[in-house]
Design a protein around this ligand. Structure first.
Ligand code: PMP
Length: 392
């Protein structure tokens, strides 16, 4: 059956080969250390599960308005006010099927064929494909690794063209692990003044920052930034709720209305009792978040330090999220591999460690390792990598 050109243009996931192989080895009884998963190893906290049970029992099981239930939109406004210093009303908020759908709806609302989207590299895997599905053209912009992959304002200014419709800002970053400081965020915001560029600020990891690194939500820079920004977030990472498939976006009411129109004809929005449960999770005691954050911080420091002792490996220090994006280019010649997919396959076969090839994030010199796993697993995996690669 012929497929649409739009779908044919979508890249095959570079990660599938490696994850299929990992599953195969596991089935064959091998002990695989998994650094691939992009989700918390923690279970959803019991009080949040209890919210969902209660909402099901109370009959919150029917259709909801296209932009989401008002209680959830209200709770999201409170979150933005409390944590990000942003004042929104429910008309500024849409509740979506995870942050992933929020990003999809944003591009659907913004892009006409041929519109350009500047995408910092390394990027989260779905950004380029979602731009393409919606008719846009991806303009990758490589961050400077010696500056933790962060873009400098001049670089962004030079990349702007009359066709630039949107810019993606993901801080803290998956997979880069970097976080823009408030001053850097302000400097980036100044680049867009006087342009028609919309900024898609993916702030999913805003609560998972380490070592007290300061943070400024992009829309909180000033009125100009606020008016041009679609802020994306979700409880997935903060509350270990990845499978609940609920997320949200905040933007000008006309953007939210457009995104809601698309949602009304596609998914009709996320499961209603999950919307209510997310509202409760946002309003409940937040001490569990800090506990998880501290655990990620400790694991991240440890993984980063050990990676940098390995021969041919150099890794930027993560300041947020839960990923190390390690440069392994200098190992390729000795291992006889030509890129990150071959490297990951070899590491999986020889060391039984599953990683994600950097090509999926725009760089073939890197691999991504998630530290959303126990210290014991981190040490086991790093011991195996050390045996394979040697020490510096
Ligand atoms: N953006 C980034 C940067 C992510 O890392 C992820 C999840 N890996 C998403 C969006 C999608 O999140 P959700 O599960 O809420 O759809």
């Amino acid at each position: 059956m012929p497929l649409s050109q739009r779908v044919q243009a979508l890249a095959e996931s570079a990660t599938i080969a490696v994850s299929t192989k990992a599953a195969e080895l596991k089935r064959a009884g091998h002990d695989i250390v998994a650094f691939g998963a992009g989700e918390p190893d923690f279970d959803t906290p019991p009080h949040i599960k209890a919210f969902a049970h209660a909402h099901i029992d109370a009959g919150k099981t029917k259709y909801a308005p296209a932009a989401g239930v008002i209680e959830a939109r209200q709770a999201v406004c409170e979150k933005f006010s409390r944590e990000n210093g942003l004042s929104f009303e429910p008309k500024n908020i849409i509740i979506t099927c995870g942050a992933k759908e929020a990003i999809y709806l944003a591009f659907a609302a913004l892009l006409d064929p041929g519109d350009e989207v500047i995408l910092p590299v390394p990027y989260w895997v779905s950004f380029p494909e979602q731009v393409k599905i919606n008719g846009g053209i991806v303009k990758p912009l490589l961050g400077d690794e010696s500056n933790s992959f962060k873009l400098r304002p001049e670089q962004i200014r030079e990349a702007l063209t009359p066709r630039t419709r949107a810019f993606v800002l993901n801080s803290p970053s998956n997979p880069g692990g970097f976080t823009y400081t408030p001053d850097e965020t302000r400097a980036i915001a100044s680049v867009f003044r006087g342009t028609r560029v919309t900024v898609l600020a993916d702030e999913l990891y805003d609560r998972l920052r380490f070592d007290g690194v300061d943070y400024l939500s992009f829309a909180a820079v000033d009125d100009d930034a606020r008016n041009r920004t679609i802020t994306i977030n979700s409880p997935a990472k903060t509350y270990a709720m990845t499978g609940w498939r609920v997320g949200y976006a905040a933007a000008a009411p006309e953007i939210i209305a457009a995104m809601s129109r698309v949602q009304s004809h596609t998914t009709s929005g996320p499961c209603t009792f999950n919307q209510y449960s997310m509202a409760d999770a946002l309003r409940a005691d937040q001490s569990g978040v800090d506990e998880m954050r501290r655990a990620y911080q400790q694991r991240g420091r440890h993984m980063h330090a050990r990676l940098n002792t390995l021969r041919g490996v150099a890794c930027v220090q993560p300041t947020g999220a839960y990923y190390c994006f390690a440069n392994v280019r200098a190992t390729y010649a000795a291992l006889g591999v030509t890129g990150s997919v071959e490297f990951s396959r070899l590491v999986l076969e020889k060391a039984h460690v599953a990683l994600v090839p950097g090509i999926a994030f725009g760089s073939d010199d890197h691999v991504r390792l998630s530290f959303a796993t126990s210290m014991e697993q981190i040490d086991k995996g790093l011991d195996r990598l050390e045996k394979l690669l040697g020490r510096k």
